[in-house]
Write a protein that binds this ligand. Structure first.
Ligand code: FMN
Length: 192
């Protein structure tokens, strides 16, 4: 083994998200966010296609996104409860990074691998934010899968979709531990 980093390993073994609704001000500045985006962009990417990009949503963008969630929810016939829950991430949001999956034409790299890479970017951004001491949470919501919302909110093209909205701000209160998977039960060891 060439590179030992027990601190990083312990971080990965103990890390956990901080629910978006518990996050408080301040959110990272542009200068504080850039190193986190740089870490996230250093994610596995078969063929170096860079099948993702970032849209940083500052506090000032939140009312527009909440209102748009309301309008798209009504158009879809969503219940008042579904709409209120979906818009709450913007009503209470301080800063979120929309990780946008950008499907690139490739004869070699299947579309699903580009999707996996975009998911990896979301996790890498989440972990970078947590490692830097921020509270962070990877959210979606029905609106992030609605083309109308995505087009009006982020002007996404046909080959683009939201992989995740990673909220980043200051931890308000530490959440209780969440039951974790039984790794033994999930793991098959193959020796021949
Ligand atoms: C693609 C994706 C979308 C998610 N969307 C939501 C969401 O909209 N609302 C929510 O409460 N949790 C959502 N989660 C779950 C949280 O991000 C997270 O897994 C959970 O809070 C536990 O976090 P931890 O395992 O990092 O502690 C989503 C997770 C993934 C992978």
């Amino acid at each position: 083994m060439s590179l030992k980093n027990p601190v990083a390993l312990e971080f990965l073994q103990l890390r956990r998200s901080r629910p978006a609704k518990t996050l408080i001000e301040p959110a990272p500045t542009r200068d504080q966010l850039l190193p986190l985006l740089t870490a996230a962009a250093r994610s596995p990417d078969h063929g170096k296609l860079e099948p993702w990009r970032f849209i940083v949503l500052n506090k000032g963008a939140m009312p527009r996104l909440a209102q748009l969630t309301e309008e798209c929810g009504s158009a879809l016939g969503k219940s008042a409860e579904d709409i209120a829950k979906a818009r709450s991430q913007f009503d209470m949001g301080h800063l979120a990074v929309a990780v946008i999956e950008v499907q690139k034409p490739s004869a070699k790299i299947p579309a699903i691998e580009q999707t996996y890479s975009a998911g990896a970017v979301c996790l890498a951004l989440l972990n970078a934010a947590l490692a830097a001491g921020w509270g962070a949470n990877w959210l979606s919501g029905w609106q992030t899968h609605d083309r109308d919302f995505c087009q009006k909110a982020f002007a996404l093209q046909e080959n683009e979709r939201v992989a995740g909205l990673v909220h980043i701000a200051t931890e308000g209160k530490a959440p209780p531990e969440r039951p974790r998977p039984d790794v033994d039960g999930l793991t098959q060891w193959v020796s021949e």
